[in-house]
Design a protein around this ligand. Structure first.
Ligand SMILES: [Zn+2]
Length: 131
């Protein structure tokens, strides 16, 4: 079963003391990873089959072969993904506003981004690391 994990982090700007925050991610167990891989593989091969019924010659050949090859490749990538990042919340050290930072699923700590409120550069890192 997929579980939401929350990790305490520091949010540091160019100036001022770092502020506390929380980095949220979803962790997948073996069963979830197999299900995610099977879903990606199935969708890719369904698109490959769907490409076979198009009547545009280039799309017919390239898309069918491309999706067919992409199936096991994306499935393997999905299976190897142990967790995906959700978001980070905390207080911006520059503007002192409560912020929620949207992150990409593949993002890991440490992470350099910008405050969504004041656009100041901020650095997110685990509290286990020294400031
Ligand atoms: Zn800010």
């Amino acid at each position: 079963m997929a579980t939401i994990e929350q990790q305490d982090i520091w949010i540091k700007g160019n100036e001022g003391a770092p502020c506390e925050g929380v980095f949220s991610s979803t962790a997948y167990d073996r069963h979830d990873r197999l299900a995610r891989a099977a879903k990606a593989w199935g969708i890719s091969w369904a698109l490959s089959a769907l490409s076979l019924i198009t009547f545009i010659p280039i799309v017919h050949v390239l898309a069918a072969v491309g999706f067919f090859i992409a199936g096991p490749v994306t499935a393997y990538s999905r299976y190897r993904t142990l967790s995906t990042a959700n978001n980070a919340t905390g207080t911006c050290p520059t503007c002192q506003q409560a912020i929620t930072i949207a992150v990409q699923a593949a993002d890991k700590l440490p992470l350099w981004t910008y405050c969504p409120s004041c656009s100041a550069p901020i650095h997110l890192f685990s509290k286990s690391r020294e400031v």
